[in-house]
Each structure stands twice: as C-alpha cells, then as structure tokens.
Design a protein around this ligand. Structure first.
Ligand SMILES: [Zn+2]
Length: 215
C-alpha cells in the first residue's frame, strides 16, 4: 500500500477528502500542495494508497444508529443508511468547486473498502448530470422535504410530546450527515446541521399540529 509523504518532513500524512495533515511536523494543507509524486499516487489507479476514512465512517455510524430506531429489519437499516450516505456525499460534491478530483478519488477509495461499489457508480452518474443521488427521497431544506422524511413522520410524532428520544436520535442522524458533507463542501459542519435541523423541525412540528387537529 502506497504512503503519501509530507512535503515538509517526509513522514506519512493522513488524507481526508482533499486535505492532508502530518502528525509528525503538524503541517497540513490541501492535496494540491503535496509534491507532484505524492499527488500522482492519489490520482492514479495504479496505486492503492492509504487514506483515512475515520470521519466518514463515524458519520455513517451516526446515520445507522438513527436508522435502527426507525426500521427493524437489518437489511432495511443497511440499505437506508447507505442510500442516505450516498445522497449526502453526492449533494456535498455538487457544492464543491475546487479539488473535485481529489474528492472523487477519495470517495472511490472509500467505496472500494465496502461492498457498495455499484452505488458509487450511481453517485458519479448523478454527479455528471448535476443532480444529487436520490434527492427525491432525502432532500431536506426550506423548499423540499423528501419522501424519506415524510414517511418517517408517523414514527416520530407519537413521541414528540412526552419524550425527547426521537429528537435526540434524529439530531444524531443529522449530525452524521453534516459530518460527511463537511468533508467535501466548504460549509462548516455546524452550519449544515442547523440548516437540516431547522428544516426537519419545521416539517415535524407542522405534521404534529395537523395530526392534533385531526384528533
Ligand atoms: Zn510533516
């Protein structure tokens, strides 16, 4: 496995998305600031390079924890987790203006580690068409609330008055999405989270009010 070396001290660096950092000399920067030989390793299919996926994996885990509370079937949990993950990365990629090659290469390496490589092809295809993968299901913003969020409302609403577990779990899930998106987009993780949470909270409140009216 090829190692990417620090341009300052030569030690192996940790690569996440389009950023690298050296734990020896503490230098860091965008992938574009690496030596050409090291950049070539990241961009070439001939190398199997070591990159760090811990932030991504943590985000996936947070999404999965939320999915476990919404669905009982483990296959459904897995499928929904990876679908939402694919939506999140593809939405973030669309917002990326520079270092797109580094980001897509990083994601490709990530997908190779997991048995969902087919999904990566679908994400890339959506990206080429300038669309987020599965946007109709997972979009969540002031204008659009995807079918996934609408479908889970009946599971959330009975709990909205007396217990906060649903809120805690949904926040955890949105944190996972924010963490993943922040790797690829320039936006701060906290800003992404606020935006998602406000959109979900509003839809959730409106839905609960409507249900109350119906009795
Ligand atoms: Zn260094």
């Amino acid at each position: 496995m090829a190692i990417i070396h620090c341009p300052t001290c030569g030690d192996p660096v940790k690569v996440t998305g389009d950023r690298w950092e050296c734990s020896w000399c503490l230098d860091f920067g965008p992938v574009s600031s690496l030596l050409p030989s090291e950049r070539a390793k990241l961009e070439s299919d001939h190398y199997y390079v070591y990159v760090d996926f811990s932030e991504l994996e943590e985000g996936v885990e947070k999404i999965q924890t939320g999915m476990r509370l919404l669905y009982e079937n483990p296959d459904t949990v897995r499928r929904m987790t990876w679908d939402l993950f694919a939506f999140s990365v593809s939405q973030a990629l669309l917002k990326t203006t520079d270092n797109r090659l580094a980001h897509t290469r990083y994601l490709e390496l990530f997908y190779k580690e997991y048995p969902y490589f087919e999904m990566w092809k679908a994400v890339k295809f959506a990206f080429k068409k300038n669309k987020a993968y599965l946007a109709e299901s997972f979009a969540l913003n002031g204008e659009t609330v995807g079918t996934f969020w609408k479908d889970i409302m009946p599971k959330l609403v009975p709990h909205s008055t007396n217990a906060s577990w649903a809120e805690t779990e949904m926040k955890g899930m949105l944190e996972g999405i924010s963490q993943i998106e922040a790797i690829f987009s320039k936006e701060e993780e906290s800003e992404i989270f606020e935006r998602l949470w406000n959109a979900l909270r509003k839809y959730w409140d409106d839905y609960a009010a409507e249900m109350m009216e119906k009795g």
